[in-house]
Each structure stands twice: as structure tokens, then as C-alpha cells.
Design a protein around this ligand. Structure first.
Ligand code: SAH
Length: 342
């Protein structure tokens, strides 16, 4: 058993949320502290790593927010979980000729991984780093600087509870160790709405985050984008692990595999009452002009590069690739009208 497994075993039975928290973010052995998740030898890839198109579209989206706010001389780019910083790099490249925009930008990141922090420093050496979204939002509420907040594949890493409905009773699914890792079900006194299927997932941290951000946006000019795989309706077991780009059972490779769950965007929308999405990633990117941008770049490049650009576009937008499963939800101060959602 690894040191991390011993720590987790001590606490067993523990909720899936507590298990995720330890396996992903334990100070010393957690996955995000100790591993290098993204990249050629990593466990998973993400939209910005697949194509520059992604960061470019988000850069233009953020530029639009800045312009709507009257091009303020100070503007904060906040990112939750920037990973390798590629989204930001591409966003900065496409906006570099806009007078005043880069000069206005300051950067704040929420990042837990020391490895990613180093990569982010190469792109934004003067950024401020927060180790938790709570700290970042706390600070955000204390000044009046207008901001954009980007979170691509961040919410899916927040810990979830799983509740199972069986024979008229609800149970919490817990992680347990009895000679080997497995699950046990513990009766709950609490009842949940909807018995449509037998498993529901609840992510208290995501709900809290959205609530607190909503409160900030009531009083401060700014806008936020959350992009993740997720659903609007329907429940089910979406707890999953990726290890070296392969799906594995979540209790194998503890601390070495990325653990995630799909984001319940339907509920998050209900909490915020936001009019912006969730819509599919495909719609969002094409609403921002990706199709035409891709065609323009294709018309200007060598034949072999045309195929590469088309393939990247397809990966981001095709319904059987990331286009449909990935959703985008926006939130904004009421003075703003976010682009990309209609
Ligand atoms: N946005 C990037 C990376 C997504 S991976 C991209 O699209 O490529 C998830 C990111 O969130 C990583 O940077 C990871 O280190 C960070 N992260 C995950 N859980 C976190 C937590 N609880 N607190 C702070 N950062 C976290």
C-alpha cells in the first residue's frame, strides 16, 4: 500500500467526496500535487491542448467583456486551474494588437499543482496565485477591479457525493477497504427529489462556488465562463478515473489517476439564474465565429496544415467528440451582455 492509500484506509469508510479530496489534493501525495497530469505522457488532454482555436476564442470573448466595460485601464484575468497555461497563451496572442488590452491585464490564478504553477509562471510571471478558489473569491469581493474568470475543466475535479436509491431508501455510496478497495452503501435519513434513476451526484463545493460568485457579480463588474463535461438533466454515476489516457476503475491507481465527475450544469444554472447557457461547446465556439476563423486560417496555409486545422476543429466541435458533451455556462454582472450564447 502507498502512503496515500494508508491515509485513506485510516478514514474508511469515507464518502466519495472525502476520497476525491484526499486522492486529488492531499498536501503531499494528492494527484494534483505529485503528478504531471496533462501532456504527451500525462493522463488526459484538454481543449486548449488540442488546439489554439480554443484559447483564441476565449481571448476574443474576454476582449469583448473588456470593451463592453469601456476598456478599463485595469482588468483582472482570473483563471481557476489554468493547467499548462495554454489557453491564456493563445488568448494573449490573438489579442496582442488591441491597443490598451494587454496593458490593462493583471492575472490571478487558482492552482494547486506546483508543476503547473511553474509552467504558468512562464506565461504570466507577475500573476498572483491562490491555493483555493475560496481565497480567490474572498479577495475578489474586496476590490472593485473589473474581471473575467475562466474555468476550463475545473469544476469536474471538485469532490462529489453519490447517493443511491434502492427499495424506497436512499444510501450514500462510500469508499471502503476490506482486504481490497470497494464500495459500501450507508443508509441516509435524508431523502432526495427524483427517483428517475438510481444514482444521483451532489457537488456541494461547486454549488458554493457558484453562489459566492453570483454574490460578487451582483456588486462588481465582471463575467465568468465555466466549461466542462456535464449535463443539464438526468442523473447517473459519472465518477471516473483517467490513468495514462485510459479510463480505469476509480479505486485503482489511487493518487496516480485523475478523478472527475460530470458537472450538473442544470442545477448550477438554477442556483445562479444566469441567462447564459449552459450550451454545448460546439455552439459556443461557433457562435464566437470559430467556423469562419478556421476557414480563414485554412485558406492561408499549406495543404498539410489545412488537414490539421480541420481535425482540431472537429475534435473541439463534433458532437461525437467534445462538441456535445462539453457545456459552457456564463455568468455576468447585469450591465453586460455576454457574447457566444445566442
Ligand atoms: N484549464 C486547464 C487545466 C484543466 S485540469 C486546461 O484546460 O488545460 C484541472 C486544473 O485545475 C489543473 O490546473 C489542476 O491542477 C487544477 N485543480 C484541480 N483541482 C484543484 C483544486 N481543488 N484547487 C486548485 N486547483 C485545482
Amino acid at each position: 500500500m502507498t502512503p496515500l492509500e494508508l491515509i485513506i484506509k485510516e478514514k474508511a469508510p469515507l464518502s466519495i467526496a472525502e476520497f476525491m479530496r484526499l486522492a486529488l489534493t492531499h498536501d503531499e501525495y494528492g494527484y494534483y500535487r505529485a503528478q504531471r497530469p496533462i501532456g504527451p505522457k500525462g493522463d488526459f488532454t484538454t481543449a486548449p491542448e488540442i488546439s489554439q482555436f480554443f484559447g483564441e476564442m476565449i481571448g476574443l470573448w474576454a476582449l469583448n467583456v473588456w470593451e463592453q466595460l469601456g476598456k478599463p485601464s485595469k482588468f483582472e484575468w482570473i483563471e481557476f486551474g489554468p493547467g499548462c497555461g495554454t489557453l491564456l497563451k493563445d488568448a494573449l496572442r490573438i489579442t496582442k494588437t488591441i491597443p490598451g488590452f494587454h496593458e490593462a491585464l493583471t492575472f490571478s490564478f487558482v492552482e494547486i499543482s506546483p508543476y503547473f504553477k511553474e509552467l504558468q509562471k512562464e506565461i504570466a510571471p507577475d500573476a498572483k496565485w491562490h491555493s483555493s478558489w475560496q481565497d480567490c473569491l474572498e479577495e475578489l469581493s474586496q476590490d472593485s477591479m473589473p474581471f473575467v474568470l475562466i474555468a476550463n475543466e475545473f469544476l469536474d475535479a471538485l469532490p462529489i457525493h453519490q447517493y443511491v436509491y434502492k427499495d424506497g431508501n436512499w444510501y450514500e455510496k462510500m469508499v471502503n477497504f476490506d482486504e481490497k478497495w470497494g464500495y459500501t452503501e450507508h443508509p441516509l435519513s435524508q431523502m432526495f427529489n427524483g427517483t428517475i434513476s438510481d444514482t444521483i451526484e451532489v457537488c456541494p463545493e461547486a454549488q458554493e462556488l457558484i453562489k459566492r460568485l453570483s454574490a460578487v457579480l451582483k456588486v462588481k463588474p465582471g463575467a465568468a465562463l465555466f466549461i466542462d463535461y456535464g449535463y443539464v438533466e438526468g442523473h447517473g454515476d459519472s465518477f471516473q478515473a483517467l490513468y495514462k489516457e485510459e479510463y480505469v476503475p476509480p479505486l485503482n491507481h489511487i493518487g496516480e489517476a485523475d478523478l472527475t465527475a460530470h458537472v450538473n450544469f442544470g442545477l448550477l444554472k438554477e442556483i445562479t439564474g444566469t441567462p447564459y447557457g449552459p450550451i454545448t461547446q460546439s455552439k459556443f465556439l461557433n457562435n464566437l465565429g470559430l467556423f469562419h476563423w478556421k476557414e480563414k486560417l485554412k485558406s492561408q496555409c499549406a495543404l498539410d496544415k489545412k488537414g490539421v486545422l480541420e481535425a482540431q476543429y472537429q475534435r473541439l466541435t463534433h458532437p461525437q467528440q467534445m462538441g456535445q458533451l462539453f457545456k459552457v455556462m456564463g455568468m455576468a454582472h447585469s450591465d453586460l451582455q455576454l457574447v457566444g450564447f445566442s
